[in-house]
Design a protein around this ligand. Structure first.
Ligand code: SAH
Ligand code: SF4
Ligand code: F3S
Length: 421
């Protein structure tokens, strides 16, 4: 029996897909050479914005063709979108070719659900509420890591922040940190398998350590970074995502003093107006954020700084938006991910007054990217003529004779001179 996994969304989903692959390997399945030859297709979904959802529903529709061609095919849908209220029902009604729906809280039961569905020939819809702490957080026991130079290692699950626009806390449940020993063990194992880089994962890694006791000490994030820094064989350490509010001096110090933690700070600000930041419930002001970036750049002068922005949050006026543009010009980010606000059912922001019309949100999005990109280019051009350390990831997409890799500051570099493998 062959399986094929389709993954949408963030690195946490990529990691979950590795765990799903591990669970299926354990249950006697093997990876399919391509989707057409799969006996089981797993769709691991995201719902952070409407565009993601729309794409996934479109793809689910397309899968019907495969099922018609091969009626024995089992299709399972899981992940954040499946966990969202009402989605399981919608799939049940409108996507009769989907056999199994599972949530983020019962990923471990996927092999059982698949077996039941296949042997009984019935459909299974099993999505549990995100409040079952006994689910435990060490589901990362088995996994099939994707080939490459970077190993993803989860340090915490869930999110307690409830930023007013965000669906993640509803579909990923409460914050649970993994024990430091389990994390360090996993990093050591990754090193022994030849991985050169680890990416520590969590929605808010810098609040790591809540509720963790025992272990090797260093249970806060700064301490964890120092412990991972000592593991031989791991040349680079990255982490994702950090929340500006909890990004303390201890973490800045830990990054600056460590040998392997990369000099790249991704600190999503979301908006440049204090009024909007407050409505978003981000827990910091623009001034605080500017100070923080100042401290980061002082401690690590060659560091790169990137961020996320949401434009067109409910109630965002033209003046608020100008504040965002002003912040971009003042802080000069190496890179910024820009998003148009997308209302998510069940979040506070979705029912706020002053929803910004789509056309206006689009206009702000393109105005913002127009400001962000030339700054990023200018910063990158300053690197021309410098020698930098590049961790090569493999052949580039466009030309197999050109390799692609990243600098420590997370800039993508193409290297001429053939496929490194
Ligand atoms: N935990 C991370 C963010 C995870 S979601 C953090 O707090 O930084 C990644 C990004 O998606 C967010 O930073 C935000 O910019 C964007 N995002 C989240 N919800 C959104 C929504 N409803 N509409 C548009 N963008 C959104
Ligand atoms: Fe969403 Fe905020 Fe949690 Fe990030 S910190 S996942 S934006 S609620
Ligand atoms: Fe999407 Fe879930 Fe990640 S909603 S962004 S896959 S945590």
């Amino acid at each position: 029996m062959n399986y094929w996994i389709m993954t949408y969304g963030c690195q946490m989903n990529v990691r979950d897909s590795e765990v799903i692959a591990g669970l299926l390997d354990d249950a006697g399945y093997s990876p399919a050479p391509d989707i057409e030859r799969a006996d089981v297709i797993i769709v691991n979904t995201c719902c952070v914005r409407e565009t993601a959802e729309r794409r996934i529903f479109g793809r689910l529709g397309d899968l019907k063709r495969l099922k018609n061609k091969k009626p024995s095919l089992t299709i399972a849908v899981g992940g954040c979108m499946a966990q969202q209220d009402g989605v399981s029902e919608r799939i049940k009604k409108s996507y009769p070719h989907v056999d199994v729906v599972f949530g983020t809280y019962n990923l471990g039961e996927l092999p059982v659900l698949l077996r039941e569905s296949r042997t009984k020939g019935t459909r299974f819809f099993d999505v549990r509420p995100c409040d079952r702490m006994e689910w435990g957080c060490d589901r990362a026991v088995v996994s099939r890591r994707a080939a490459g130079v970077t190993a993803f290692v989860t340090v915490m699950y869930g999110c307690d922040n409830f930023c007013s626009y965000c669906i993640v806390p509803y579909v990923r449940g409460r914050e649970v940190s993994r024990a430091p020993d389990a994390i360090l063990e996993e990093v050591k194992e990754a090193a022994s398998l030849g991985f050169k880089e680890v990416m520590l994962l969590g929605q808010n890694v810098n609040s790591y350590g809540k509720g963790v006791n025992g272990g090797t000490g260093g249970t806060r994030f700064a301490g964890l970074l120092s412990l991972v820094d000592e593991i031989p064989g791991i040349e680079r350490i990255r982490y994702m995502t950090s929340h500006p509010r909890d990004f303390g001096d201890d973490i800045i110090r830990s990054v600056a003093e460590s040998s392997h933690v990369c000099e790249h700070f991704h600190l999503p600000i979301q908006a440049g107006s204090n009024r909007v930041l407050e409505a978003m419930r981000r827990g910091y002001t623009r001034e605080y954020y500017e100070d923080l970036i100042g401290k980061v750049r002082e401690a690590a002068p060659n560091a790169s700084v990137s961020t996320d922005f949401i434009v067109g949050f409910p109630g965002e006026t033209e003046a608020d938006f100008e504040d965002t543009l002003d912040l971009v010009r003042r802080l000069r980010f190496d890179m910024a991910y820009t998003f148009m606000y997308s209302p998510r059912k069940g979040t506070r922001a979705a029912s706020m007054d002053g929803q910004v019309p789509l056309e206006e949100r689009k206009r702000r999005l393109s105005a913002l990217t127009r400001d962000v990109n030339p700054i990023a280019l200018e910063i990158n051009e300053r690197l021309v003529g410098h020698r930098v350390e590049v961790l090569v990831e493999g052949p580039s997409e466009k030309d197999p004779l050109v390799a692609t890799g990243r600098t420590r500051s997370n800039k993508v570099v193409l290297v001429k001179g053939g496929n490194p493998r």
